[in-house]
Ligand binder design. Structure first.
Ligand code: ADE
Length: 230
């Protein structure tokens, strides 16, 4: 069983429309849609926004549905001038950019007393996603790199530069690292797939609503393609 998490209704609505044999369960304020997508058994859920919602949601997928992998699909702000609106970032690893225990000698982003700085995501899932992108989304560019997450919509040039210089992230959003963190603790593979809706700078709050729908369309297309091949 594959778990598919989107933070917002808009990010999962189009996926749910394509599912067959759907059964719905409600837990922790989230609706879990279990069924078949492109021939693959899946559970699709809107986690809600932010790291806590995302981590809780991942744990419910593990405990209740015993998922053997999790994919997070959604949108993000670009942290790299080469990564444009509509392009897709496939995660290599993730960091929680709002974790700060520098006072105790840890690097920014490092969670104290954990044995890893970043949470690596699954290379086989990433390779599969890349193949689907090349086949189905040849008009956009695909990047593989670090996704940084925090409970903050980044819409400020100074904050963006801070993220780039401290974490070398490719894009920023609000859930991916929490999902990868929960997947790491449960020893299951995961992948974060993010289509770019804005540049995480002073124009982000204008670009975001303008390009949200287009970006979501790209990430949904990719997800359906992944399920076909799994
Ligand atoms: N999701 C999409 N764009 C974002 C941004 N600029 N910051 C945080 N999350 C986002």
């Amino acid at each position: 069983m594959l778990g598919i998490i989107g933070a917002m209704d808009e990010e999962v609505a189009k996926i749910k429309e394509q599912m067959e044999d759907v059964q719905v369960m409600e837990k922790a304020g989230m609706e879990f849609f279990e069924g078949v997508l492109s021939g693959k058994k899946v559970v699709v859920v809107r986690s809600g926004i932010g790291k806590v919602n995302a981590a809780l949601c991942t744990q419910i997928l593990v405990d209740t549905y015993e998922v053997d992998a999790v994919i997070n699909t959604g949108i993000a702000g670009s942290l790299n001038a080469d990564i444009n609106i509509g392009d897709i970032v496939l995660s290599t690893d993730t960091v929680e950019h709002d974790m700060d225990a520098v006072a105790f000698g840890y690097p920014l982003g490092q969670i104290p007393r954990m044995d890893t700085f970043s949470f690596e995501t699954d290379s086989a899932l990433r390779a599969l996603a890349k193949r689907v992108c090349e086949e189905k989304l040849s008009e956009i560019s695909i990047f593989e790199g670090r996704v940084v997450s925090g409970d903050q919509f980044v819409s400020d040039k100074t904050k963006k530069e801070w993220l780039v210089s401290n974490f070398a992230g490719y894009c920023t959003e609000m859930e991916g690292a929490a999902i990868a963190h929960a997947a790491y603790l449960n020893r299951i593979p995961c992948l974060i797939v993010r289509a770019i809706s804005d540049k995480a700078d002073d124009s982000a709050s204008v670009d975001y609503p303008t390009f949200e729908a287009q970006a979501i369309q790209n990430s949904v297309k990719l997800l359906l393609g992944i399920c076909e091949k799994l």
